[in-house]
Design a protein around this ligand. Structure first.
Ligand code: AMP
Length: 215
């Protein structure tokens, strides 16, 4: 199974990719998570990406394409993958098509998550993630307790720097300018499915499973 989870920040791609990855036993390839790990580890990639990410801009295409080339060519992805956060620009989408052709494989589906922008801004304002295990929570929905401790592993729950209100607006602007054209690219290739991402986590998950089984 080779999938792309597509849509603006805060639409639920990461949460849904994690669930599907566990259910189908294919890896979630989340470029944002990979970059955040590089920032924490202080690698050259992390040093390059840190400021760009904090300001809500995009890391250069050649850097991202290089990362994806390494991951998709590795044995980890031999059973398939769920790309979460890539491609985000037309050059990235074209480079991915060329890479897949080179590897002799093709995409099955691109799932485009749709959520009202006001709801996205509300969700991102309440999103926290666990510093230790990476689980994502929405304060007040899946109440992890007032002391912001991860109910799964006991790690600290923190808000991402780029989920602060000013940066969220910038990220949504960047999404509309640079990432929206990628949707049409996949629509023309005939692999795009639009889904409503505004239901509960489980409802959206079951919807994805049924779409994958019936389309
Ligand atoms: P995300 O966790 O997917 O919201 O990504 C967080 C940040 O990482 C983005 O706002 C970008 O700065 C950077 N990033 C992640 N994926 C990409 C990508 N495919 N192209 C460029 N920048 C990316």
């Amino acid at each position: 199974m080779r999938l792309i989870f597509f849509g603006p920040p805060g639409v639920g791609k990461g949460t849904q990719a994690k669930l599907l990855s566990a259910r189908m036993n294919v890896p979630q390839i989340a470029t944002g998570d990979m970059l955040r790990e590089a920032v924490s580890a202080g690698t050259p990639l992390g040093l390059q990406a840190k400021e760009i990410m904090t300001s809500g801009k995009l890391v250069p295409d050649d850097v991202m394409i290089g990362i994806i080339r390494d991951v998709l060519s590795s044995p980890k992805c031999s059973r398939g993958f769920i790309l979460d956060g890539f491609p985000r620009t037309l050059p990235q989408a074209r480079a991915l098509s060329a890479l897949l052709a080179e590897l002799g494989i093709s995409l099955d589906r691109v799932i485009n998550f749709i959520v009202d922008e006001k709801e996205i801004i509300r969700r991102l304002g309440r999103r926290v993630s666990c510093r230790a295990c990476g689980s994502i929570f929405n304060l007040g929905v899946k109440d992890p307790g007032g002391n912001r401790v991860c109910p799964k592993c006991g790690g600290d729950l923190v808000q991402r720097d780029d989920d602060r209100p000013g940066t969220v607006i910038k990220r949504l602007k960047v999404y509309h300018q640079s990432t929206t054209p990628v949707r049409s690219y996949y629509e023309k290739l005939g692999v795009l499915i639009d889904i409503q991402g505004s239901g509960s986590v489980n409802t959206v998950h079951e919807h994805i499973i049924s779409l994958l089984n019936h389309t």
